[in-house]
Design a protein around this ligand. Structure first.
Ligand code: GP9
Ligand code: MN
Length: 649
């Protein structure tokens, strides 16, 4: 025993002995706290392993600063750093107990959130929390009983090595995380994911970097900027079409954002069988407008970008998701515009948790009265798969919520089952998979069919609920489901070679607008448009003029509109021309055009629109814009937290 004590004393007094003891203790403490306090949804052993190792890099990195001191100063530095790291961790624990989320800079600065915490903070503290500071006590005691002597200066070289090892460990951690979750940092879809893969402390650093770059861009702006933008959008304003203006006046509006649904699936026959018979029948319905040249315009923010486009008629950002990075901006979003025009209620319904794509915060900024997230649904294992709730139970359980809404309401339902990599329980498979040999592509047909059945059931349930006759239903695909990497399998599906030109053509997603009661002439509308155009189209169908607002899209049924669809990378498509990776093609033949002059005007127009839209977002310009008749969102009145918090994500 004595020998053991002596060896540990000896080790502790080696130059890096105490350092490593503190690192290991803090690391293990963090891991234990992860396990006890956060539900991060660990799905496999790699994730479990990453969770275990992710505190190491930041712990070494921060504690290494203490090595710059010697003697007593070193002890003080250890304790200070340890305290700060522990405090940050503990603050997250307390915050998580209430909000089921991690602290971010915008939240810290907004304080409104903490106001909500207010008096309940005390109730969130638990007696055993003191154990979360045990390591500090341990080190203090070791120093006080003189188990460790005052420490000597550590050579600069060693310190540099310690710092570099922290960076290397972080790089390895990130690389491993990316194998499990590609584009973790660029897409940053969920704070839970960042913490799960990279740890609370690394997440905080990342968040601070993001927020400070944002803040500096915002500070650059003044109200002149918005005048320039408004002048531009005013100049591209198109008159409404009398035949359609107000056709759905006073109706409820239901959006169904169809996960990964591409337009090629419409009327596609697999082994002689229609994949989406219900959707197909809607494209021929006399009360439905079907746009067959409608494209998604999303970027890295995928689903959230689609939401952003249709809610704001602005483009998503070239990097990252607006939902995640710009949720503190001012918006004049679709829900708030509708609420300013007589709508009584606006909500999103979706079978995933509120932190995904930072939805809760963004929905508040956009003015949704409610977000029925996964905590409002029965997330029992038999109802869930992949990212969350399956579409059939999702639609079923949404009906009572819809029935309870004051009318007219706006509700957006986001589906999930048709999501990469397209798994489906056997009992839900009602069509054979395709046989390309690529499991993802083959499964896509089955999940698309499942979605189609769910949609049909939902239409029936809406009819039974009495809502159907007074509700306009807008259905659109959010983004591609089959990526470019799957080209060989897709070639088998389509029975032809896929050129870059074809690849762009495949970015079509269906758009269907259903207005009951023969108020419009249904049928196929071949106008070229994209998600950015949906908002002005729908607002005018409701009889709401859009002149006051900053919108980058144009009304799809206006005869004055210019048919051009800008993509996020600066490419575009028009009925006659396509620009793909900057190369020009004839549409629809796909023949290459070598003379770029033919497209200069389009290229400039696309560049200008994207540039101005980005400026509005980066500089938060809508805070300088006060549209007439618009009531700004008061976020302090919004609270989505009445769900049951199953939180088994
Ligand atoms: C998750 C869902 C999927 O809630 O919306 O997002 P995606 O991965 O398609 O962007
Ligand atoms: Mn999606």
């Amino acid at each position: 025993m004595e020998k053991l004590l002596n060896t540990s004393k000896y080790l502790l007094n080696k130059p890096l002995g105490l350092f490593f003891l503190i690192v290991v203790v803090f690391w293990l403490k963090t891991y234990v706290i992860y396990q006890i306090e956060f539900s991060l949804g660990i799905q496999n052993t790699l994730q479990q392993f990453l969770l275990f190792i992710n505190p190491i890099s930041s712990t070494i990195f921060f504690l290494a600063f203490a090595l710059l001191f010697k003697g007593k100063g070193r002890f003080v530095a250890y304790l200070t750093i340890q305290f700060l790291l522990s405090f940050l961790l503990y603050a997250n624990v307390v915050y998580y107990r209430f909000f089921n989320d991690f602290i971010t800079m915008p939240v810290l600065l907004q304080t409104q959130n903490f106001g909500q915490l207010g008096g309940s903070v005390l109730a969130l503290l638990k007696p055993y929390d003191i154990l979360y500071f045990l390591d500090l006590i341990l080190i203090t005691v070791l120093v006080l009983i003189k188990a460790v002597k005052l420490q000597e200066r550590v050579p600069r070289k060693t310190i540099a090595m310690v710092f570099s090892s922290a960076v290397l460990i972080f790089a390895a951690n990130l690389a491993l995380a990316e194998t499990d979750r590609p584009q973790l940092l660029t897409r940053t879809f969920d704070r839970n994911y960042l913490v799960k893969y990279l740890g609370v402390h690394n997440f905080t650093i990342y968040d601070i970097i993001q927020s400070t770059t944002s803040a500096s861009q915002r500070a650059l702006a003044d109200s002149d900027d918005i005048t320039k933008v408004k002048n531009y959008t005013d100049a591209s304003y198109v008159k409404p079409n009398k035949e359609y203006f107000g056709a759905a006046k006073d109706m409820n509006v239901l959006y169904i954002q169809m996960e990964s649904l591409q337009d090629f699936i419409i009327d596609y026959k697999l082994n002689g069988q229609e994949v989406t018979p219900f959707l197909n029948s809607l494209t021929r319905d006399k009360n439905t407008l079907y746009f067959n040249n409608f494209f998604h315009q999303t970027g890295q923010g995928k689903t959230s970008d689609a939401e952003f486009l249709i809610e704001n008629s602005m483009f998503p950002l070239p990097k990252g998701s607006v939902y995640v990075t710009k949720a503190t901006n001012t918006y004049q979003g679709l829900p708030a515009v509708l609420k300013s025009n007589g709508f009584k209620f606006a909500a999103t319904l979706h079978g995933n948790y509120k932190t995904f794509w930072n939805r809760e915060n963004m929905y508040k900024a956009l003015g949704y009265d409610m977000f029925y997230d996964a905590t409002y649904y029965n997330m029992a294992p038999e109802n869930t798969l992949n990212y969350g709730l399956e579409d059939k139970p999702f639609f079923k359980e949404s009906i009572p919520y819809l029935k309870d809404m004051p009318q007219p309401f706006f509700a957006k339902l986001i589906t999930l089952s048709n999501h990469f990599p397209y798994p489906l329980d056997e009992e839900d498979q009602t069509i054979e998979p395709a046989t390309t040999g690529d499991k993802t592509v083959d499964g896509y047909f089955q999940t698309a069919r499942y979605f189609d059945e769910a949609l049909k059931q939902f239409f029936d349930d809406l009819k039974a609920s009495g809502l159907y006759d007074n509700t306009m239903i807008v259905m659109y695909g959010d983004h591609y489901g089959i990526s470019e990497n799957r080209q060989p399998a897709m070639e088998k599906v389509l029975g032809k070679e896929i050129t870059p030109f074809d690849q762009q053509q495949l970015q079509r997603v269906p758009l269907l607008i259903h207005i009951p009661g023969e108020k419009i002439k249904g049928g196929v509308n071949p106008t070229y448009g994209g998600q950015v155009d949906l908002r002005p189209t729908v607002l005018r169908l409701l009889g709401i003029d859009t002149k006051e607002y900053i919108e980058f899209g144009t009304d799809l049924v206006s005869s004055e509109r210019r048919q051009i669809v800008p993509f996020r990378n600066g490419d575009f498509v028009t009925p006659e021309l396509s620009s793909v990776d900057g190369k020009l093609y004839k549409n629809p033949t796909g023949e290459r055009i070598m003379d770029n002059a033919a497209s200069q005007e389009y290229t400039d127009l696309v560049k200008k629109r994207l540039e101005l839209s980005d400026k509005v977002i980066y500089r938060d310009l809508l805070r300088f814009h006060q549209p007439k008749g618009f009531t700004p969102v008061d976020q302090s009145t919004l609270d989505y937290s009445q769900g049951k918090h199953y939180n088994n994500q």
